[in-house]
Design a protein around this ligand. Structure first.
Ligand code: ZN
Length: 447
């Protein structure tokens, strides 16, 4: 281990050449940025002395004056070379390692047989980074590959072979904000606002009690989001949890804010209403209502006037159906007319019914406890159905109500009150201010 001193802003400049998306590194994080970058920098130094075929050129700016940081850097073994590349389409591990100058059959043998190391083969998706340290003969000294979350799988040479382990890297956390305006679809707008897929998907879940992202959205709707992101061991930004989000739909403003002060942390409306265990607006992500809730309608198969005490949601066969709230499965099987049917029992005397399914989720059975958003089955046309759709019923104390009607509780019993609410309001105020600021930027940009 060696103690090396560098100037922070030079490092910022260096990372900008690596990743132009990082256009602002908050000064508060500079120390941590430097610490993380040191690891990369130590590595990058080796690029300068290594004859490499890598197409990733790394301009380096080592700075020795104007010392602001004093950090410890793991130094590569003397005489070793450290290189990073990423998995390309069609890559084999052997080809990838060869590109990095590694020619080491015993290492490949170890990776293909060791239970921990073997997962590299399963996770070799294009774009995944890999970093190796090797000696002048092409023997592998160590290999680093991303594991789940921000962990890193490390394969290292030992005195008698190799060893694989997973290490957790203290990732640098950043807070990122973004906003956009819907033109055609939410996902297209989120994409052009630079919001990662995992974050836009979180948004659709956060607002699923208020909005049906397929039916309710209009051109001109706006959204803003503040979310966490972490820098991993490979100098990549990994998006994390949403801290605050807003959706303005046809002039109505919906907001959610994350609060860590309750058990496990949860999302709330700005005034402290819980939103976690309330009911999803629809058990299918994208669908359209083809038959609404009515006291009486002409039934297309029975050819008689009958009440339709649920709604029909058209969707292709096989579309996943999710539980609209935490529940216990009370029925999963065949029921005349409904075909394959699921009934779920929720808190506060509420039951939901899902009919005409093509299939049930694997292993789903009566008595099983499931969580909101869990896939329970798939759209089909079993029973009395003229085409693939979901028949969905919402019962309160055994009586069917319109699932889209005002009787459906939007918020459950997790509302914050009294002291807890006071703490919540204080803790979340800065996040909501940040959301206001993002929204202001968005309005200025789109006016
Ligand atoms: Zn129906």
């Amino acid at each position: 281990m060696t103690s090396i001193k560098y100037k922070v802003h030079a490092l910022k400049r260096w990372i900008l050449t690596q990743n132009p998306n990082i256009d602002a590194i908050d000064a508060r994080y500079s120390g941590k940025v430097a610490t993380v970058l040191m690891l990369v920098f130590g590595v990058a130094t080796a690029f300068g002395i290594t004859p490499t075929t890598s197409d990733r050129s790394v301009p380096l700016v080592p700075v020795i004056e104007d010392i602001t940081q004093n950090v410890v850097v793991p130094t590569p073994t003397p005489g070793s070379y450290v290189q990073q590349d990423q998995v390309r389409s069609g890559d084999t591990l052997a080809a990838l390692l060869f590109r990095l100058g590694v020619s080491d059959q015993p290492a490949l043998d170890f990776i293909s047989t060791d239970p921990k190391a073997r997962v590299i083969y399963q996770r070799m998706a294009p774009g995944k980074p890999i970093r190796v340290e090797r000696d002048a003969n092409g023997s592998l000294l160590s290999l680093r590959f991303p594991d789940k979350e921000n962990g890193t799988l490390v394969v290292a040479r030992t005195s008698d072979g190799f060893n694989a382990s997973v290490v957790q890297i203290g990732a640098l956390h950043r807070v990122i904000q973004a906003s956009g305006t819907v033109q055609s679809s939410f996902f297209a707008a989120a994409d052009s606002a630079g919001i990662p897929d995992s974050v836009s998907h979180q948004m659709t879940q956060l607002f699923s009690t208020d909005l049906d992202f397929h039916n309710d959205l209009r051109a001109g709707d706006t959204f803003s989001v503040v979310y966490e992101s972490a820098q991993n061991d490979f100098d990549q930004l990994v998006p994390g949890r949403i801290l605050a989000a807003e959706f303005v739909n046809k002039g109505s403003v919906f907001r959610r804010v994350y609060y860590a002060g309750t058990e496990g942390g949860d999302y709330y409306t700005p005034d402290g209403h819980g939103s976690h265990s309330s009911f999803l607006r629809s058990p299918i992500e994208f669908s359209r209502v083809t038959s609404g809730f009515t006291a009486a309608r002409f039934h297309p198969i029975l050819k008689t006037w009958r009440a339709h005490k649920g709604i029909d949601l058209a969707a292709p066969s096989g579309t996943p159906i999710v539980s609209v709230a935490n529940a216990t499965v009370t029925f999963a099987g065949w029921r005349n007319g409904y075909g394959n049917m699921i009934e779920l029992h929720h808190a506060n005397g509420i039951d939901t019914v899902y009919g005409h399914l093509s299939a049930f989720a694997n292993g789903l059975h009566s008595g099983e406890k499931i969580r909101q958003g869990d896939v329970i089955g798939f759209v089909g046309m079993t029973g009395w159905a003229t085409g693939p759709h979901l028949h969905y019923e919402f019962k309160i104390n055994g009586v069917q109500h319109d699932p889209l009607g005002p009787e459906v509780p939007r918020y459950a019993s997790t509302d914050l009150t009294g002291h807890a609410r006071g703490h919540f309001l204080t803790a979340t105020a800065p996040l909501l201010q940040q959301l206001d600021a993002v929204r202001g930027t968005a309005l200025a940009r789109f006016e």
